[in-house]
Design a protein around this ligand. Sequence first.
Ligand SMILES: [Zn+2]
Ligand SMILES: [Zn+2]
Length: 569
Amino acid sequence: AAARATEMERASTEREKTGVFTGSRAVNPATGERIPIWIADYVMTTYGAGAIMAVPAHDQRDFEFARALRLPIRVVIAPAEGPVPDPATMLAAIVAPGTMVNSGPLTGTPGEAAVQRSTAYLEEKGIGKAAVAFRLRDWLISRQRYWGAPIPILYCDRCGVVPVPEKDLPVLLPDVPFIGKMGLADISGYADTTCPRCGRRARRETDTMDTFVDSSWYYLRYISPHEDEVPFVSADANRWLPVELYVGGVEHAILHLLYARFITKALHDLGYVAFDEPFKRLFSQGMVCHTAYKCPDHGWLYPKEAVALRCAKCGKPVETAYFSMSKSKRNVVEPAEIIARYGADTVRLYTLFMGPPDRDIEWSEDGIRGAWRFLNRLWNLVLGQLPRISPVREDPDPRGFDPAAAALWQKLHVTIKKVTEEFAERLGLNTAIAAIMELVNEISAYVERPEANAALVRRAIHDAILLLSPFTPFLAEELSRRVGEERPVLETPWPVHDPAALVGGEVEIPVQINGKVRARLRVAAHAAADPDALREAVLASKDVQERLQGHEVQRLIVVPGKLVSIVVR
Ligand SMILES: [Zn+2]
Ligand SMILES: [Zn+2]
C-alpha cells in the first residue's frame, strides 16, 4: 500500500499516516545512535534517494507519522521566543527557524547559520558533505495535436522504429484545412509511407512535439532564419546572443524559461554555442486591469452591457470587480475601436504611460484622452514652428544663449539622459514619457518668446521627436519628415546628452533697488528663467538682504532671465 500512494497523497498532511517497521536500524554517524528504519507512505520517492532522516519535531508530516506510530519526538530547534516545547504535549511540528538545541556540539547555533555549520561539522568529521540535488525528470514531448513539429520517426513491421533519413527532413505538417482539435492521426493518408530501410509499407509517427520544444531554441533560429542546412550558425549565434533583455509574463519563469535554459546549457556543453544562459535579463511586465461587470442572471457583461451599473438585458443591478483584462470576464477593451478613435500611437503611448511596466495598471478612458491631447499639442507645436525652424540648418551655439535658452538647453540634455537611462537600465518607460512631456511643455513655453533662438528650437524639437519615437513611431516619422529630415527616424542616431549641458550655465541678474542697480547676482540659468525661483534666489542673497535691512519692500518685479526690481520704503 505504501508503494502505491501517489505523490499528491504522499504530500498531503490531511491523510492518516501508515507505516511498517522493517526491524532494521541505521547508525546516525554524528551521534552513533541506532535509529529504527520504517517504511512509510508519505515520503516522496523523488526526494533525494527516497530514503529520509525523519525530523518529527520540525516537519509536520514526520510529526504526524511519529504521533500515529508512537515514535520518539526530539526537539532540535528552539523557537525564537518562549521555552523549548515538551514533545509529549506538542500539537504540531515547529517549522519556524530558531536556535539549535539537543544537538551536541552544534547546540546554540543560530538558525541562519545552522545549515552551513552542520555541513561544515560533518565534513570536518569526514562523515558527510554538502551536495546539490537536482530534481530533473524525463520530459514527455509528444502531443496528440496538429500544431507542433512532427516527430521525424517511422514504424516498420520489419525494421521497427526508424528515424526519418536526414535528406527527408524536415517533416512538414500536412497542408489541410484545420478542424477543431484535429491531430495528425485524424488526417487520412498522413501516416502512410514507405520504410527507408526495407522499402515496405511503414507508418509515420502522428504525434507532434510539445510547442515548448520550439520555444526552447527559437532565439537561436532567429539568428539564422535563412539557413537550410543547419538549425543555426554557431558563429552568428555567438556574435548576437545571449538575448540582452527578455520581456515576458512571470508565468514563463517556471516552464518555458527552464526548458530554454536547459537546451542552451546542453548546446553549450556539446560545443554548439559559447554561452550557457540564453537570456541575460528577465523583465516581467504587469497586467492591464479593468472593471468587470457581472449580472446575477447573465453572468459577465461587456462594459457597454452594464448601463448605469444595471444589466442592459434584464435591468438587474450588476456586481463590479477589478480584474486583469480577460476574454472570459469580458472586461476587455477592443483595441480596434480605440485605435480607430485615437490612433495606434496614442494607444501605445498611453499603455506605456499608465504606470511602471512591471506593475498592474488600470485602463482608463480619461488617460487615453490625455495621451491623445498631448500628441495633438506636440503636433501643433511642431507644425506651428515650421516657419521658424525650416530655414535653419546650423546647430545652436550654447555660448550665445540668454537665460531662457540656457534653461531649455539644459532641460533638453537632462531629458535625453533620463530617457536613455530608462531604456538602458530601469525600464521606467512611464517616467521617460513624463520627462518628454515636460520637455515638450518647456519648448512650448519657450517658443512664445519673440527672441527665441531658432536653432535651439529646431534642435529641441528634433530631439524630442527622436526621444518619443520608440513610443509613437508613426507620429515621430511623420513629424520628422515635416521638419525636413531626410533620413527615416529608425536610421537616425539616438540623441546623446552633453554632460556639460546638464549642469546648466549661470547668468548674471542685475537687481535694482528703487530704480538703481545695487547688486548683480550669479543665478543658475534654469532658476533665472523661472519667476518664483529667481525671486527666491534674489531674496536669499546676503548682498540683497543687507541692502534691504531697515526697509520695507513695497513691490518686487521679476523679469525672468533679465532683471529683478525692488521698490522699498
Ligand atoms: Zn523497414
Ligand atoms: Zn442580466
